[in-house]
Design a protein around this ligand. Structure first.
Ligand code: GDP
Ligand code: MG
Length: 170
């Protein structure tokens, strides 16, 4: 069929994990070494064609700071998909990602396509979170998992593409 889907997607995760950088890479094909912190949230849209559908992502890039936490439900409520981002060089950011997963499991849309992104995969020499540990966690929690790099672009389009394929069809 001819499926045109609009999909609200939210990025959540610790400040500095690379949420804005992943969006910038996906939407504009760019990377900025000193990306400014997001205040509140930023909105982007990008359309992706998959085999059986055209998906227009309406992307909410949230700020990771604790003081904006109370705003998060506004962005994940009604979202068809979420990307929870951590930084593979930070165990704290992985712990924070798990908190977001718990919150979404409790409060989010039950049909939400949830994805875990281990970002900064280019920084292999500084890695603190193993691929295996994240993979096991993702599997146990029914999340789709990929390691990404906004810097080198590895797996960035792929993660959005996988989400587009997994969205329920009208
Ligand atoms: P956010 O707070 O989650 O939105 O994180 P940002 O996108 O602002 O990124 C925080 C910092 O990490 C910035 O200095 C980025 O340039 C850097 N960064 C983001 N993604 C990557 C990546 O994949 N690799 C490397 N090496 N640095 C990254
Ligand atoms: Mg940001």
């Amino acid at each position: 069929g001819n499926n045109n889907l609009n999909a609200k997607l939210v990025l959540l995760g610790d400040m500095g994990a690379g949420k804005s950088s992943l969006v910038l890479r996906f939407v504009k094909g760019q990377f900025i070494e000193f990306q400014e912190s997001t205040i509140g949230a930023a909105f982007f849209s990008q359309t992706l064609a998959v085999s059986d559908a055209t998906v227009k992502f309406e992307i909410w890039d949230t700020a990771g700071q604790e003081r904006y936490h109370s705003l998060a439900p506004m962005y994940y409520r009604g979202a068809a998909a979420a990307i929870i981002v951590y930084d593979i060089t930070s165990t704290d950011s992985f712990a924070k990602a798990k908190k977001w997963v718990q919150e979404l499991q409790k409060q989010g849309n039950p049909n939400m396509v949830m994805t875990l992104a281990g970002n900064k995969a280019d920084l292999e020499d500084k890695r603190k979170v193993t691929t295996e540990e994240a993979r096991v966690y993702a599997e146990e929690n029914g999340l789709f998992f990929m390691e990404t790099s906004a810097k080198t672009a590895i797996n960035v389009n792929d993660i959005f593409h996988e989400i587009a394929k997994r969205l329920p069809r009208a």
